[in-house]
Design a protein around this ligand. Structure first.
Ligand SMILES: *[C@@H]1O[C@H](CO)[C@@H](O)[C@H](O)[C@H]1NC(C)=O
Ligand SMILES: *[C@@H]1O[C@H](CO)[C@@H](O)[C@H](O)[C@H]1NC(C)=O
Ligand SMILES: *[C@@H]1O[C@H](CO)[C@@H](O)[C@H](O)[C@H]1NC(C)=O
Ligand SMILES: *[C@@H]1O[C@H](CO)[C@@H](O)[C@H](O)[C@H]1NC(C)=O
Length: 380
């Protein structure tokens, strides 16, 4: 789907809709993306949990559903008692469009519901089981997760419980904190295994049925000195103000660890060299050195110094995605099969500029040249 979208938009782009591009893409501001992500992260968690219950209790008369409630400026989607009929009629009409991804992710269980044995099968790779009863969270840990991913994920759930004390339904779910999706849809078409195990994780792809949930770093990433999203946003916003877009370094910037996946190694081939300048400036992140220097180089607010920032997947999706999008720079997004919980709602050429994975260098150079050729319009 994402791929198709990209393809389509790329086509309209290659065949010369540059005024459309200019109008829609280059005006993206920090506010645009960051607001979208913030709204999504705050409320999707809530809604996901609500929907899980909705699916889980398919056989009973009580359905958790989402009702948007204006509370201050915030949009709250709550759980409440609706009949099945009401649910069907109301949920789509009253909830924002990105809620459709929740329906999409939970579709495999829509007709069948989730039985105890279906849930238990998700335990195989789960790092923990989360149970919420009467507003209290109970956790059973099965395996050690990478770093403190599990702790920060649960910290997010606890904050949610505190923020909306009486509104979270009773629920039970399995969570896998590793990177790549594991519930392959081809394994669950029919037969006794027709019901896929419902497993939450940070990302999925078109061939998998893993249910996406915001990653731990929204609530903080202690090992790399990254603050919770709210604080990071503030810093990046300040950083964005420091230099006007036009005065920034007119190249595409990337800094990261290239050893996690071949596509990143491939990206490094596009670095500027004596032979050719692809209009890129790529750097290897030395986490070892960074950790001893207090992460000065990797401070996110100092990474918005270029006009263009490259996003490229890691072992699956990359946590860096939201920080890249939040910079007031043009995000050059190397296409990837992996999606996290908000990227499917982002629109190519509106929120980011798609870069072809198989011809990275020329694709990057074209994007940068195009942007640099249109600085006047961008600023007007
Ligand atoms: C939900 O149903 C219960 C039991 O029927 C009722 O006591 C409660 O008031 C209902 N809540 C809402 C929000 O309608
Ligand atoms: C609401 O949206 C979901 C996902 O797009 C779809 O499966 C469902 O049928 C829709 N419900 C109604 C009443 O349109
Ligand atoms: C890319 O080129 C720049 C400029 O020559 C250099 O400073 C940087 O170390 C290079 N990056 C890599 C990963 O080789
Ligand atoms: C940018 O401008 C130069 C010089 O006018 C032109 O040769 C080049 O094709 C332009 N590139 C793009 C991508 O618009």
């Amino acid at each position: 789907m994402l791929k198709n979208n990209l393809q389509r938009h790329r086509c309209s782009f290659w065949y010369g809709s540059s005024s459309w591009l200019h109008r829609h893409f280059l005006k993206i501001t920090w506010v645009h993306v960051s607001k979208a992500i913030t709204i999504l992260v705050t409320f999707l968690v809530f809604v996901f949990l609500g929907v899980l219950i909705y699916v889980g209790r398919f056989d009973t008369a009580v359905f958790g559903t989402f009702l948007p409630v204006k509370q201050g400026q915030e949009l709250l989607c709550a759980t409440s008692n609706l009949t099945k009929q009401n649910l069907q009629q109301q949920s789509n009409a009253t909830c924002p469009s990105y809620f459709r991804w929740i329906h999409e992710d939970l579709k495999p269980w829509k007709e069948t519901g989730i039985t105890r044995s279906t849930l238990e099968r998700a335990r195989k790779t789960a790092h923990f089981r989360l149970v919420i009863v009467d507003g209290k969270a109970y956790v059973k840990k099965y395996r050690k997760s990478i770093q403190t991913r599990d702790v920060f994920t649960l910290w997010g759930v606890l904050q949610l419980l505190r923020l909306h004390p009486a509104r979270l339904p009773d629920l039970e779910l399995m969570f896998d904190c590793d990177d790549r999706p594991v519930v392959q849809s081809k394994d669950y078409f029919q037969g006794p295994k027709a019901r896929p195990p419902p497993l939450f994780r940070y990302c999925s792809d078109q061939r998998s049925l893993d249910i996406v949930f915001p990653d731990w770093s929204f609530w903080g990433w202690a090992e790399t000195n990254i603050k919770p999203w709210k604080g990071v946003m503030k810093d990046i916003k300040e950083g964005n103000k420091r230099i006007k877009w036009k005065d920034r370094v007119p190249y595409a910037y990337w800094r990261g660890n290239p050893h996690v996946t071949p596509t990143r190694q491939d990206l490094l081939k596009c670095n500027v060299s004596e032979k050719h300048d692809w209009s890129t400036r790529l750097y290897v992140q030395d986490w070892e050195r960074e950790s001893t220097s207090g992460y000065k180089q990797s401070n996110l607010e100092y990474q918005c110094s270029h006009r263009y920032k490259i996003y490229i997947e890691g072992w699956a999706w990359s946590v860096s995605e939201k920080y890249t999008l939040a910079c007031d720079a043009m995000t050059l997004y190397v296409t990837s099969p992996y999606y996290d919980f908000y990227i499917r709602e982002m629109v190519p050429l509106k929120h980011y500029w798609p870069i072809k994975d198989d011809t990275k260098c020329t694709s990057l150079q074209f994007a940068v040249d195009w942007g640099n050729n249109h600085t006047k319009e961008e600023m007007s």
